[in-house]
Design a protein. Structure first.
Length: 111
């Protein structure tokens, strides 16, 4: 994945989680790219954020949400009908243990 794709994946994830937590992230099409987003976070050195996303993803049966949005939505609503299920992970995310904007900026500037 190229530098711009890494930056876009991080931004999409960050926007979704900030707007509605991990429940919204997994419900919307951003959740299609959960594994790629974890890789992108690791690529820029946001290892604490990557861990938070991994733990949110691991709540799904099989340890990872399906890539197919509609399958993922059915599982999400059946297992986690209320967004509160992700509240503690949302709060960890909102504490920003990694500075995503500076890590993305540094990543994009690296030769």
């Amino acid at each position: 994945m190229d530098k711009q794709e890494v930056a876009e994946l991080v931004k999409v994830m960050e926007d979704e989680v900030n707007k509605g937590g991990f429940h919204q992230f997994f419900y919307n099409n951003a959740g299609d790219n959960t594994m790629e987003i974890i890789q992108a976070l690791e690529t820029i050195g946001a290892l604490k954020m990557a861990d938070i996303v991994k733990r949110a993803a691991s709540m799904f049966p099989g340890g990872i949400p399906p890539k197919d949005r509609f399958v993922r939505q059915r599982i999400l609503l059946a297992n986690f009908p209320h967004a509160v299920a992700f509240e503690s992970l949302n709060n960890e995310f909102f504490d920003y243990p990694d500075n995503l904007s500076s890590l993305v900026k540094r990543h994009l500037q690296q030769g």
